[in-house]
Design a protein around this ligand. Structure first.
Ligand code: DOR
Ligand code: ZN
Length: 359
């Protein structure tokens, strides 16, 4: 990795990054958002929570074909597919997934935890045969780590999930690869650090940049609402420390999750922030502010492939510290949706931009 400080302007070239957690959606929305991810990231772990969840290898294959068909001309972006775990996912499906070469993980949404999670797992004990097959075959379990009980405070749901569920899964399946997705708390960071090397975590740029005050800055801010919800400052500080520590258990996962403006700006607004338009640039901001730009390449381009047993990318991306304005909205008319998408930092600016991507 090369970092040049020309006076105050930083330029850095790193191995091309991957996004280890993204929502690409389907149909017109897929066509609208895929170019942003494909420009920055060579590969991405694609979440399976479509309206009709991606439960089988056959469905993952069909979804993969739709993603490949939606790539911009000339793009060799590689979608790494996932299956949506249900109470009824069979060990045979896991064997098919492993044999497929294109399914790289299985996503565990507790039923009712978030967008399109109604078919999620009601009780992880029901999945023990499936988890045993994943452990035996080396297929990682990606965890949305929040309990769903209405009686548990929304800000405590990650910590309670770790204590009640995740700790048991990790103890029961010691060789199962587990990723605590979009970790948001110091409890989550501490758990992952103390766990065996089989346990990792992804970190979003927005949880590294914002604390929960962002939800209420001058009024209610639906575009800062995601799940797990933003947490208080001491948690953000713990995430920052984990991301910039050089510990290979922590790696990049944007959790970019597009919802049309009308679905966000509503009496019951959807959870999710769209960050793919600045998917690597925002992390560069975070690492620069922390004085840790030399650790960005490990976090963004090396730790994830190592965890998944894949080779790092061969090409490189160059970023320069030069501010650019983020539009107020991205019009979706060009893909046939009469709505828009409000990107992260809409109407504000991002401090790094891409100078080039090369082989
Ligand atoms: O904020 C979120 N949005 N969290 C999730 O877990 C799901 C995602 C989505 O699909 O919109
Ligand atoms: Zn997600």
């Amino acid at each position: 990795m090369d970092i040049d400080f020309f006076g105050e302007t930083v330029s850095l070239t790193l191995i091309r990054p991957d996004d280890w957690h993204v929502h690409l959606r389907d149909g017109a929305m897929l066509r609208a958002v895929l170019p942003d991810t494909a420009r920055r990231f060579a590969r991405a772990i694609v979440m399976p929570n479509l309206k009709a969840p991606v439960r089988t290898v056959a469905e993952a294959h069909a979804y993969r074909e739709r993603i490949l068909a939606a790539r911009p001309a000339g793009s060799d972006f590689e979608p790494l597919m996932t299956l949506y775990l249900t109470d009824n996912t069979t060990a045979a499906e896991i064997e098919r997934a492993r044999a497929s070469r294109f399914v790289h993980a299985v996503k565990y949404y507790p039923a009712g935890a978030t967008t399109n999670s109604d078919s999620g797992v009601t009780d992880i004990e029901r999945c023990h045969d499936t988890l045993a097959a994943m452990e035996a075959l080396g297929l990682p379990l990606l965890v949305h780590g929040e309990v769903t009980e209405a009686s548990v405070d929304v800000f405590d749901r990650e910590a309670v999930f770790i204590e009640r569920i995740l700790a048991r899964v990790v103890a029961r399946f010691p060789r199962l690869k587990v990723v605590l997705e979009h970790v948001t708390t110091e409890d989550g960071v501490a758990f992952v650090r103390a766990a065996p090397a089989t346990v990792g975590a992804t970190l979003t740029a927005h949880h590294l940049l914002l604390n929960r005050n962002a939800l209420f800055r001058g009024g209610l801010r639906p575009h800062a609402y995601c799940l797990p919800v933003l947490k208080r400052e001491r948690h953000r500080t713990a995430l920052l420390e984990a991301a910039t520590s050089g510990n290979p258990k922590f790696f990049l996962g944007t959790d970019s999750a597009p919802h049309a403006r009308t679905a966000k700006e509503a009496a019951c607004g959807c959870a999710g922030l769209y960050t793919a338009h600045a998917g690597i640039e925002l992390y560069a901001e975070v690492f620069k502010a922390a004085g840790a730009l030399d650790r960005l390449e490990g976090f963004a381009s090396l730790h994830g492939p190592a965890f998944y047993g894949l080779a790092p990318n061969r090409d490189h991306i160059t970023l320069i510290e030069e501010s650019w304005p983020v539009p107020q909205a991205i019009d979706l008319a060009s893909v046939g949706i009469s709505d828009s998408l409000v990107p992260f930092r809409a109407g504000e600016s991002v401090a790094f931009r891409i100078a080039g991507v090369d082989g």
